[in-house]
Design a protein around this ligand. Structure first.
Ligand SMILES: Cc1cc2nc3c(=O)[nH]c(=O)nc-3n(C[C@H](O)[C@H](O)[C@H](O)COP(=O)(O)O)c2cc1C
Length: 168
């Protein structure tokens, strides 16, 4: 089957996963900003690779706008967040809530661990982060909040690669 990977990435982790997956599958990888309806119409499978931002998938607005083009396709989601890979329940719940309008099946949702490098945060993100941090009273929790997070592991793509390859 043919496929495309559409990604939404702010700091690059999701893009890195999307590009590695695209290379493995031999599929086109495009930022959501560059996708045209024709790109979607010409394939069987659409992988939506998105970061999680404030409990929502970054790509959810775009997905809503493209809903009519996505309804006849097999849609597979790759959600990337600050939660570890082991916390698939979090990724599943967040994805189901964010893009409920695509009626996704559980087996089409894959969570992957991303990264937060606090010194890289820019604009509104840096502001939100600072404000949230200031609201934390407990010193230990506050310290952990400002620590960098790195759950990125390219090998965790194997599950989705095996799943997509079996559909071919
Ligand atoms: C403003 C902001 C909000 C975030 N909210 C969440 C969240 O609700 N849940 C989560 O698991 N990760 C959250 N994260 C972590 C990102 O999903 C994580 O850093 C991810 O690797 C970002 O992917 P990207 O590099 O492709 O943008 C947040 C990060 C930022 C900067």
């Amino acid at each position: 089957m043919s496929g495309i990977i559409v990604y939404y990435s702010t700091y690059g982790s999701t893009q890195e996963y999307a590009e590695a997956l695209g290379e493995k599958m031999g599929w086109t990888v495009l930022s959501y900003r560059k996708v045209k309806a024709a790109n979607i119409q010409s394939v069987d499978i659409v992988v939506l690779a998105s970061n999680v931002r404030i409990e929502k998938l970054g790509i959810s607005k775009w997905a809503k706008r493209y809903k009519k083009h996505l309804t006849n396709k097999k849609v597979v989601v790759l959600a990337v967040g600050a939660n570890p890979f082991e916390n698939q329940a979090y990724y599943l719940e967040t994805t189901m809530k964010s893009i409920y309008f695509l009626n996704l099946k559980k087996e089409n949702i894959f969570g992957l661990g991303g990264r937060i490098k606090t010194s890289d945060l820019h604009g509104m993100d840096a502001f939100i982060f600072k404000v949230l941090g200031k609201m934390i009273k407990d010193d230990k929790i506050k310290k952990d909040f400002f620590n960098d997070v790195d759950h990125f592991d390219i090998d965790h793509l194997n599950g989705i690669i095996n799943y997509l390859s079996a559909l071919k």
